[in-house]
Design a protein. Structure first.
Length: 351
């Protein structure tokens, strides 16, 4: 949770300290009435009944003080305008749904690709209004869709191919059904295409992935996550490519797409930064690929991207994010609950 007006907290604490100091310093007005003297007061205070009553009195005073502090603290926090709670993220996503296009230029049998697809297969199951798609170097594998069950099944099926390929490479027994699945799904993911006068570049792949976003889609935010090499071309290859880095930046600006890059080098760093995205340097290791689950390094990169979603622009030109939405509901509920309990406790004390 973050606070927009954090100085309110400092002012509230200063006021609390000042009031406590004043109360402590003021003299206590004692009752000057003549009270009847009691004999053997020490015996009375040792009685079990007196001890129980006094203990209840002390506990009630402490509970009242605690409730007062909770109500005061919750009111101060609410005045500081808390943001970033799950409620604000859900409200923001509902008002400005997000489209995410996964962009992969590597082989579907690569362990890093499999872990990448597995992460989003798991994430898709928690989506609500978000749409998810997948594009390879040559094919639109999954168009943008809100059918999250379908997306999760397709991604998990593609991620499974890496394990089948590893079994084949290591000489492990592989069933005919798995061999047929590997061949069919690999063809669905990408197909080798070679041209005489053209060689694909990473910029071309980014442009192909961005073409999967509709031309106009109002309030929907757009994010592209690229996994692959920053440069696909052989340095001595003299064939032409279609897009330059400047052309990709312009295309991303026209389509309002945030580009995030997971690559071995920072060649695409300027493109990612210009679109409000991030560049994450990632070097897949053989040890991590051999372990079950997602590589912790890759997982950290993907979660960092997930925690920095694209912003939304309102009709008046203001740019907002989930952090722009106040979520005072939890602290206000706590303040109201404390006030109600405080009222009930005062009634009990009077009785």
């Amino acid at each position: 949770m973050e606070l927009k007006w954090w100085p309110v907290i400092l002012v509230g604490l200063a006021a609390l300290v000042a009031v406590a100091a004043v109360v402590w310093a003021l003299p206590v007005n004692t009752d000057q009435r003549q009270l009847r003297r009691l004999a053997h007061v020490d015996r009375l205070t040792r009685l079990p009944e007196y001890i129980r009553v006094y203990r209840a009195y002390v506990l009630s005073v402490m509970a009242t003080l605690l409730l007062l502090l909770i109500a005061f603290g919750a009111a101060v926090v609410a005045g500081a305008r808390p943001t970033g709670l799950p409620e604000s993220i859900q409200a923001f996503d509902a008002a400005h749904p997000q489209d995410t296009m996964l962009c992969v230029d590597g082989a579907v049998t690569d362990p890093a690709t499999a872990e990448f697809l597995t992460y989003y297969a798991q994430l898709a199951q928690s989506f609500d209004q978000q749409r998810l798609g997948l594009t390879s170097e040559t094919l639109r594998v999954i168009p943008l869709t809100r059918d999250h069950t379908y997306v999760a099944d397709r991604l998990q099926g593609l991620a499974r191919l890496a394990r089948i390929q590893q079994d084949l490479d290591s000489g492990e027994p592989v069933s005919d059904a798995d061999r047929a699945e590997l061949q069919a799904r690999a063809a669905e993911f990408s197909r080798p295409i070679d041209y005489v006068d053209y060689a694909s570049s990473a910029e071309d792949v980014l442009a192909l992935c961005m073409s999967g976003f509709p031309d106009s889609d109002g309030a929907r935010r757009r994010q592209l996550v690229y996994l692959g090499d920053s440069s696909l071309r052989d340095p001595v290859d003299g064939r032409q490519s279609l897009y330059s880095a400047d052309a990709v930046r312009q295309l991303a600006d026209d389509k309002d797409v945030q580009i995030n890059v997971l690559a071995r080098t920072d060649a695409l760093g300027a493109v990612a930064e210009a679109t409000g995205g991030t560049l994450q340097l990632y070097y897949p290791s053989e040890a991590a690929a051999a372990e079950p689950g997602i590589d912790p390094m890759l997982l950290a990169h993907l979660e960092r991207i997930q925690d920095s979603p694209p912003t939304a622009e309102l009709a008046d030109g203001r740019v907002i994010s989930s952090d722009s939405w106040d979520t005072p509901q939890p602290v206000l509920i706590a303040a109201v609950a404390a006030a109600i309990l405080l009222s009930l406790s005062l009634v009990v004390l009077r009785r």
